[in-house]
Design a protein around this ligand. Structure first.
Ligand code: DX5
Ligand code: ZN
Length: 222
């Protein structure tokens, strides 16, 4: 069942010289999760941060840290991100030969397990894994950069996954990531998403606008 809409600001659009303060500001502004994009310059054509930055951010917020791993191979680094204080670890199936094993490893580390689907990866790939995940992330851009445009094909994929999740009867979050703004957020929600990642749209206008932006993304006018 679709849950109340939650907003996960991506700190990819934050001031990287002041990440602790940014995370505190996001919590104060009503964010539900903190989305952290981990990129390795190999699986995706950009390089961001590693587990030590996640560890440094952990004391700055009580919100769940939603760690989106765009790294390959992913399995060897899962324990480090778990130990650093991640709450959710999301992997791409293309990041290793045995997705089920990666998900089992995440669960054995005591964390919530997510699977991320690139725009070219079909929803059906999730079907045999649905019993092993807490979250499905639909990429609505090709991963690697913030500020890209929403790919409309994501809507159909979200709708297909909403049906699949509801038929399973399991409580699985359906997250959408990339190009989410005040126009695309309601479309993604109408299709069945209940967890919205937003980088550019959250940070637009500076810290004085975070609360208003988050409320508006959630569908609350302000
Ligand atoms: C892209 C990342 C996204 C990104 C979203 O690879 O996974 O989380 O930060 O940024 P916006 O919201 O600006 O598209
Ligand atoms: Zn992301």
């Amino acid at each position: 069942m679709q849950q109340p809409i939650r907003i996960a600001p991506s700190i990819l659009a934050a001031d990287f010289a002041a990440l602790g303060g940014e995370v505190r500001a996001l919590e104060a502004a009503g964010a539900d999760f903190i989305h952290i994009d981990i990129m390795d310059g190999h699986f995706v054509p950009n390089l961001t941060i590693g587990p030590e930055v996640v560890r440094a951010l952990r004391p700055h917020t009580k919100l769940p840290l939603d760690v989106h791993l765009m790294i390959a191979p992913v399995d060897p680094l899962l324990p480090a991100f778990a130990d650093a204080g991640a709450d959710i670890l999301t992997v791409h199936p293309e990041a290793g030969p045995h997705t089920h094993r990666s998900l089992q490893l995440i669960k054995s580390l005591g964390k919530e397990a997510g699977i991320a689907l690139n725009p070219g990866t079909p929803a059906s790939l999730v079907e045999p894994l649905l019993g092993d995940v807490d979250l499905v992330l639909v990429m609505s851009v090709n991963p690697g950069f913030g500020g890209q445009s929403f790919i409309p094909g994501a809507i159909q994929k979200i709708a297909a996954l909403r049906k699949m999740i509801d038929a399973s009867g399991r409580a699985v979050d359906l997250e959408v990531d990339g190009g989410i703004n005040f126009e695309t957020a309601p479309q993604a929600v109408a299709a069945g998403a209940d967890l919205l990642v937003a980088g550019t749209a959250t940070f637009k206008g500076g810290a004085g606008h975070y609360a208003g932006n988050i409320a508006r993304l959630r569908g609350v006018s302000s």
